[in-house]
Write a protein that binds this ligand. Structure first.
Ligand code: FE2
Length: 279
């Protein structure tokens, strides 16, 4: 399908803060509605081992750069949204910074596995005042926000929430970790909300290529139903430096967080072997 791949970014009021194409495990964005500032998933993580190698100094340096960036935007935010309780989506040490802000997050008690329930307490032990997001809609200043019901985190037993934000400038969907879409329910939420900017994590093809065909089939459906959608892919898919070869057609129709920020992709975790060999 031929699509207009003209440059449409950056968009006023939307910052793509931190992600795998920028060099860490993360998927954090910032939306300024004009009246209120929202941060989604202010967290970042670094794989202790990949290819049996520890993080390269360049990864550690980038981690601290992006950590500072997230802190800067978290300080400005009025509303904090947490899609699920994995540490690349919320950093424990940032939790005290939620105080005085509105916290809207995945239900920490229901539709949640043991490990995420345990990690959620790192938030609920500190912040007692929060709203449960699962399947709900909220009216913020300058934006409507709608959350999906809990969606599968690929094939792991975790669940996540996708977040749809509508301002007077754009309709944006941050899928969080749906590892696709490869599941009908995740695809359904995208088609139901009809975003004009779709921020998608994509499948983790570096672990398993079995979801590739389902993902491509579902992307065809998205492009057919939402022909003008602006696509951003990052996080699981871009963790693999070879992802553009696996998803050539999709690659031509999307940008990454790095691209949105005017930078080349730097999937440092996937480059770890090369980085250590060049030392
Ligand atoms: Fe994640």
């Amino acid at each position: 399908m031929q699509r207009d791949s003209g440059k449409w970014y950056p968009i006023s009021g939307l910052r793509l803060l931190s992600s795998d194409s920028l060099g860490v495990r993360s998927f954090s964005i910032f939306v300024d509605t004009g009246e209120e500032k929202i941060i989604i998933d202010p967290g970042l993580d670094i794989a202790p081992l990949r290819f049996d190698l520890p993080p390269h100094p360049r990864e550690i340096e980038r981690f601290y750069e992006l950590k500072s960036r997230i802190i800067q935007y978290l300080e400005m935010a009025d509303v904090v949204i947490i899609s699920h309780f994995h540490h690349d989506h919320f950093s424990k040490e940032f939790v005290p910074m939620y105080m005085g802000k509105r916290l809207i997050m995945k239900d920490p008690q229901r539709n949640i596995n043991f490990m995420q329930k345990k990690r959620a307490r790192e938030i609920t032990d500190v912040i007692k005042d929060y709203k449960i997001a699962d399947g709900r809609e909220f009216r913020l200043k300058g934006a409507g926000v709608k959350f999906s019901r809990p969606l599968p985190h690929g094939t792991t037993p975790a669940v996540v929430l996708s977040t749809f934000i509508e301002t007077n400038r754009f309709k944006l969907l941050h899928t969080s970790d749906i590892s696709g879409p490869v599941e009908e329910e995740a695809l359904g939420f995208i088609l139901e909300t009809k975003p004009d900017i779709l921020i998608l994590d994509g499948p983790a093809l570096y672990i398993n290529k079995k979801h590739r065909d389902t993902f491509l089939k579902n992307m065809d459906i998205i492009f057919e139903k939402l022909p003008d959608v602006k696509l951003v892919i990052d996080h699981h898919t871009t963790r693999d430096p070879g992802w553009r070869n696996d998803l050539e057609y999709i690659s031509e129709n999307t940008i990454t967080f790095a691209g949105y920020n005017g930078l080349e992709d730097q999937p440092l975790e996937g480059m770890r072997k090369i980085l250590w060999e060049s030392c």
